[in-house]
Design a protein around this ligand. Structure first.
Ligand SMILES: NC(=O)c1ccc[n+]([C@@H]2O[C@H](COP(=O)([O-])OP(=O)(O)OC[C@H]3O[C@@H](n4cnc5c(N)ncnc54)[C@H](O)[C@@H]3O)[C@@H](O)[C@H]2O)c1
Length: 423
């Protein structure tokens, strides 16, 4: 296991053999810092950049030999044989998708919208335009996570007993202006990666309970979350994050640990320790009987090697080299269509949202209330058990009551404050 290219412990997704040109829509930080370095390493060509801010697409094209800046999305949509790489805020995704040609291949940055209504709209656009669309849940493709999945598949851990994601760090929300004032932040824009990875590794949980903590900075919604995922009576699965830790490295933490009856693996997700450059990822494994953990050399980290995987998979899927998308939007489409969770009126009120889950931005009293609550430690009143356990038939959702859902990323991501569901 000393070689990061050891085929018995894979760390990379196979590259496409006949890649199509990439047209990037949304030319912001994540494209520059993570998408482009990954594509360059794979030898993929970016043909064009479009952004509603033409200075951004021009700057990006100037730094990418052979790429053109586009000033109209219609020009992007007309690009022959393109694979589209959409990296815009969640609230802009649906609008962009409606402009793309039918049956396009599209990679969409998370999240799938910022509200239930937006997620439903994205789902409906993907269906009606028959888009071959994948969500850019690239943590699944990170070298450490590909290796951990291989260990899991070969039974390295034995029976799983304890799985924990623990992130305690300072995350500079101010890097993303679009996060100011939105009603739900932490899970939609951060922990969704861990919930996605846990589903990828473990399948669907039987139930989920989640609580998010309001930020002391009134311009941002939440700053921490704890999500308990029920995978049965003999295993504990939890995601805990806190993003307002002291901006010092000493006790910061960014770790995913899988512990089983026969073996344990602990991996560091270094990017969180000083976003976006961070520290390198690490992976250590231990087998019952061994005197110590062994370090597994990694060929790269979440930022940026993981970003190779989603585009490789989409390109290979487009060419018939991969039979399925690893992270298809259909997964989310199914959640939205059948069992999307609802939020109780009380929770919406506590979160300063209207009945559609939109935050009442600019309501100073509301934001001040949030701030006071954060300082006094008073948390919003949780919903009653009756509301929590109520199932609503598909098609009868009214967006005003808390109900059950089947997928943690949808449930937890769309709900502010406390929520839970049981299948
Ligand atoms: N690990 C990850 O997967 C990861 C990390 C960071 C950001 N992201 C996601 O990527 C997306 C972009 O984040 P970012 O960090 O690049 O933010 P950013 O603010 O730096 O860039 C967003 C860009 O999108 C452009 N834009 C907005 N609406 C548009 C539209 N309708 N059409 C075209 N362009 C539009 C903006 O002008 C801006 O240039 C977000 O949804 C975020 O969640 C993912």
């Amino acid at each position: 296991m000393a070689d990061p290219d050891d085929p018995t412990l894979p760390q990379r997704w196979p590259a496409p053999s006949t890649p199509r040109p990439i047209v990037v829509i949304g030319s912001g930080a994540i494209v520059e810092q993570a998408h482009l370095p990954a594509y360059r390493r794979l030898g993929l060509s970016v043909a064009a950049f479009y952004d509603i801010d033409p200075t951004r697409s021009a700057a990006m094209a100037a730094r990418s030999p052979g790429a053109q800046p586009l000033t109209a999305i219609a020009d992007a949509a007309r690009w022959p044989d393109a694979v589209f790489d959409v990296a815009v805020p969640g609230s802009a995704v649906a609008g962009v998708l409606t402009e793309l040609p039918e049956r396009s291949c599209v990679l969409i940055q998370k999240p799938l919208g910022e509200s239930l209504a937006e997620a439903q709209r994205i789902a409906s656009v993907c269906h009606s335009r028959q888009l071959r669309a994948a969500q850019n849940f690239q943590l699944r493709f990170s070298p450490n996570l590909i290796a951990m999945k291989a260990l899991l598949d070969r039974g390295f851990f034995g029976e799983l007993v304890d799985i924990e994601v623990r992130v305690v760090t300072y995350t500079p929300w101010e890097l993303w202006s679009f996060m100011r004032g939105i009603p739900r932040l932490e899970i939609l824009y951060h922990s969704i990666h861990y919930l996605d990875v846990l589903r990828h590794l473990l399948g669907e949980p039987r139930s989920v309970f989640c609580h998010t903590t309001r930020s002391q900075r009134p311009e941002y919604a939440d700053v921490a979350s704890t999500t308990l995922l029920d995978y049965g009576p003999t295993s504990r699965v939890v995601v805990g994050t806190f993003h307002a830790h002291a901006p010092l490295p000493d006790h910061a933490m960014s770790e995913l640990r899988i512990e089983g009856t026969r073996g344990t693996a602990v991996t560091r997700m270094g990017v969180n320790l000083a976003y976006p450059t961070g520290k390198p990822d690490t992976l250590e494994i231990w087998e019952r009987g061994a005197a110590r953990f062994t370090a597994v050399p990694l060929r790269g980290s979440w930022f940026t090697e993981a970003f190779e995987g989603p585009m490789s998979n989409l390109q290979r899927f487009a060419a018939g080299e991969d039979t399925a998308l690893v992270s298809p939007v259909d997964d989310a489409v199914k959640i939205v269509r059948d069992e999307f969770p609802k939020t109780s009126p009380q929770i919406l009120r506590d979160a300063g949202c209207d009945r559609q889950g939109r935050r009442k931005v600019g309501t100073g009293d509301r934001l001040e209330d949030d701030k006071r609550r954060a300082f006094t430690g008073h948390t919003p009143r949780p919903s009653s058990g009756r509301e929590r356990n109520r199932k609503v038939a598909p098609g009868h959702e009214d967006n005003t009551s808390l109900s059950s859902g089947s997928q943690p990323n949808a449930c937890a991501a769309m709900l502010p404050s406390s929520c839970g569901f049981r299948r």
